[in-house]
Ligand binder design. Structure first.
Ligand SMILES: *Cc1c(COP(=O)(O)O)cnc(C)c1O
Length: 802
């Protein structure tokens, strides 16, 4: 039905009548979107079935990527591109007077994630399928994804997100594959001929219903599965209070927790975590049993990867299945489990390491708690043998201590691989944060620097740049992104650089129009588009960016001879609804924007725009139009970052600290093609360890700092009621925990260099080209191949699948 335009339009019209029950004349854009989606899903389904059949027939090892978040965004254009039918569809629709881009507008972002961690999972799905690897995703089908952000009077207001309002055309509900997940109740031990057996009684059972999404690889027949679980009531609950049972059950898959760092400390969150892993493992084991007589070789055919600690209960859950259901010994079960589970750590922020109070954990998951307890006791015994008498060490490393279950400790002890997400992050894990574990299990630790799918973040989102690259070096890079390096041949080609310039200008004009339409603010596409888009967090230091803008404004107002290249500062960021400080920063950005944008005396030099509701689909419009990529986290705090890679791939230059993957970006692009400033991670960590930083000194000794810090509370920007006192206090009273003032001067200097470089257009274009040319390493295809080779031990099934 997609082999040519005519065939497509004919089928489309037929299908439209069949699925919507309307004539073409009566039909709406939504009907068109829906019809097209259904056609694509049908088109994919035979390869989907074949892929699964061949995995079964070949007994291929299957990897399941367990993640509490999948930040997918829109799928229509992405799927068309991967299937190679985007042109046929676009032209066919045109014949009918329909614009494909209008239909894309109809699709809601699937925002089942907060930020980087969830987006990584989505990029990995794309790379797994594209590389023909037998890898699938398991997640939760939240009824409401990440909240929708509105800005009202400069404040963030959260609205519930409604992505399922019009249904989700890509999913297939598989009610017959539902599994039961038990909570609460009690455990009974029975002596069965001298063997202790455990039964979980009087549990409240929740039915987990899978919704499967096909994951289509790029130009391949492989179609993997992303299985999202939805919580529903079982037909026969033992519970007497039906209404309460229904509420409690449906709540499990109702909301995504809108926080990517803090542990909310809610029972519901723990319920979600167990729900995800238990449903996933039960369904994986069920299909495994159809193929294999016993589970004794389970680890040879199944890999379970846990994306951060949220799914770490996969460890005790698999132990439970092996011991309670299969009747295995503890030792056999432990051998299988610790050869099945691999774990990615995403943070060293202490406040983000998950811990659960025993008083919550034990009653909710009584049998799982027993198993965690046993894992802990055996681990502590091993430690005792290795470090006799070292109570302190055992207390530090225990999985359960001081009535808390430490999820990261469980993850390390119960898995065979622990990876960080950028070189520096892994080193910090090994040498500092998890050094004690590294000494006990050095062989488990390894690095896998994050990546992004260049199919979504370049080919799909920046078609003009894609065409230019294809004209320059052909299309090999599409399957082998390291070939982007060949773009370096065009460093001296002024015609090529000129085209690069024009493309960036076109993209900036499109974004400028969008900004005008959305906010009324007129921005000049000839100014530098200086962009910081990411979750709002103190460690990401949007504040440093804001203080610098305030400084520039002061200079412009006070010194008529002050020269600067015109700038447009763009922000996009959601703050967790309960994160008071982050919300103050949003208000601050909007407050200074209001004043600056309405001051005619600076309007040819400075504009500040806050784009509301930052999300994947908006991100896709921003990266291609960016000149400067702000990656200014306090060194040591950003595990990797992936936004930095998307900017680079679209030719923006990084202005950043030596943190996360910025360091590897610098190594790949060369010192001359990046702007680095600020403290190193080593210096930051030494300050934390030994002290020696006094923010007030910087306030007193640098009048640029004094001026902007004072302006936070003196009403200069038109704020009332001590609005920004908490920010002011964080800098001076709380000694500026993120070293904003410490790095301020260095940041101003680096920003001056940025302006100077941009003013030399030829130099800038060469730098920009160098960034694109060296971005291939940051494709998630490279990352996933490394996971496949070094951690999962799986290989391409290309040729085996037909
Ligand atoms: C890539 C991405 C992120 C992660 O950005 P960082 O700068 O790495 O924190 C967050 N949200 C969205 C929508 C993204 O596309």
């Amino acid at each position: 039905m997609f082999s040519n335009k005519e065939m497509f339009t004919e089928t489309f019209l037929q299908r439209l009548e069949m699925t919507c029950g309307k004539s073409f004349q009566e039909s709406t854009k939504r009907d068109h979107y829906h019809t097209l989606g259904i056609m694509i899903r049908e088109y994919v389904s035979s390869n989907w079935i074949k892929t699964n059949e061949s995995y079964r027939a070949e007994k291929e090892k299957q990897v399941y990527y367990l993640s509490i978040e999948f930040l997918l965004g829109k799928l229509l254009r992405h799927n068309l591109l991967n299937l190679g039918i985007d042109d046929v569809v676009e032209e066919g629709l045109k014949e009918l007077g329909i614009e494909l881009s209008d239909l894309e507008e109809m699709e809601a972002d699937a925002a089942l994630g907060n930020g980087g961690l969830g987006r990584l999972a989505a990029c990995f799905m794309d790379s797994l399928a594209t590389l023909d690897l037998p890898g699938h995703g398991c997640g939760i089908r939240y009824k409401h994804g990440l909240f929708e952000q509105k800005i009202v009077d400069g404040y963030q207001v959260e609205l519930p997100e409604q992505w399922l309002r019009h249904g989700h055309v890509w999913e297939v509900r598989k009610a017959d594959l539902a599994v039961d997940v038990p909570f609460w109740g009690r455990v009974e031990a029975i002596n069965n001929n001298g063997k202790l057996e455990f039964r979980h009684l009087e549990a409240e059972t929740v039915m987990a219903v899978p919704y499967d999404l096909p994951v289509v690889g790029y130009q391949t027949d492989t179609v993997n599965t992303l299985r999202l679980w939805s919580a529903e009531t079982t037909p026969y609950p033992i519970n007497r209070d039906i209404m309460k049972y229904k509420r409690d059950t449906e709540l499990i898959s109702e909301f995504l927790y809108p926080d990517d760092t803090h542990d909310e400390g809610k029972i519901l969150r723990l319920k979600q975590q167990y729900f995800l892993v238990s449903a996933s493992i039960r369904s994986i084991v069920r299909s495994y049993r159809k193929q294999h007589a016993s589970l004794i070789d389970f680890h040879k055919y199944v890999g379970l990867h846990i994306n951060d600690t949220h799914p770490v209960l996969a460890i005790p859950e698999l132990m439970r299945v092996l011991i309670d259901e299969e009747g295995m010994s503890w030792e056999d079960a432990w051998h299988i489990t610790t050869n099945t589970i691999s774990y990615t750590n995403h943070t060293t922020l202490a406040e983000a390491l998950e811990k659960w109070p025993v008083r919550i954990f034990q009653p909710l998951l009584p049998r799982i708690f027993m198993i965690v307890n046993e894992i802990n006791e055996r681990f502590c015994q091993d430690l005792w043998t290795q470090y006799p008498g070292d109570w302190r060490k055992i207390e530090d490393m225990a999985i359960i201590a001081h009535d808390q279950v430490k999820m990261a400790h469980l993850a390390i002890v119960g898995s065979y691989s622990v990876n960080g997400v950028a070189a520096i992050h892994t080193e910090i894990l090994k040498q500092r944060e998890m050094n004690q574990f590294y000494q006990v299990f050095p062989e488990k630790f390894n690095n896998k620097t994050n990546g992004i799918t260049h199919r979504r973040w370049l080919i799909k989102s920046n078609p003009k740049l894609t065409s230019l690259i294809n004209e320059g070096i052909g299309t090999k890079w599409v399957n082998h992104p390291e070939h982007l390096k060949e773009l370096q041949f065009f460093q001296q080609d002024s015609a090529f650089l000129e085209q690069l310039y024009e493309i960036k200008q076109d993209n900036k004009k499109s974004l400028a129009e969008k900004i005008k339409a959305k906010t009324g603010i007129v921005v000049d596409p000839l100014s530098i588009f200086d962009v910081q888009v990411k979750r709002l967090h103190a460690y990401k230091r949007q504040l440093l960016n804001v203080l610098h803008i305030m400084y520039l404004y002061n200079r412009l107002k006070e010194d008529s001879s002050f020269q600067m290249y015109p700038r447009t500062f763009l922000f996009g960021a959601k703050a967790s609804p309960g994160y008071y400080y982050a919300k103050k920063i949003i208000k601050l950005i909007n407050t200074i924007a209001e004043k600056i944008n309405n001051d005619k005396t600076v309007s040819d030099k400075l504009k500040v725009v806050f784009l509301e509701n930052y999300r994947v689909s908006l991100a896709e419009e921003i990266f291609p139009a960016s000149d400067v990529s702000e990656q200014i986290s306090t060194a040591s705090k950003e595990a990797s970052g992936t936004g930095n890679m998307k900017f680079m791939m679209n030719g923006a230059l990084t202005l950043g600290t030596l943190d996360g993957a910025n360091i590897e970006i610098k190594e790949h692009v060369g010192d001359d093609n990046i702007f680095i400033f600020g403290l190193t991670a080593e210096e930051v960590m030494n300050y934390y360890q030994y002290g020696g930083y006094t923010s007030v000194d910087y306030y007193h000794h640098d009048k640029r700092i004094r001026q902007v810090v004072d302006q936070l509370t003196n009403g200069y920007f038109g704020d009332l009621d001590n609005e920004f006192e908490p920010i002011h206090d964080s800098l001076l009273m709380e000694n500026d925990q993120y070293f904003v003032l410490r790095d301020f001067s260095s940041y101003i200097e680096a920003q001056r260099e940025v302006g100077k470089a941009y003013a030399d257009q030829n130099r800038w274009l060469k730098m920009s080209l160098a960034n694109i040319a060296n971005s291939g390493f940051f494709s998630s295809d490279r990352t996933i191949q490394q996971y496949a080779d070094d951690i999962w031990n799986i290989s391409s099934v290309k040729g085996k699948v037909r």
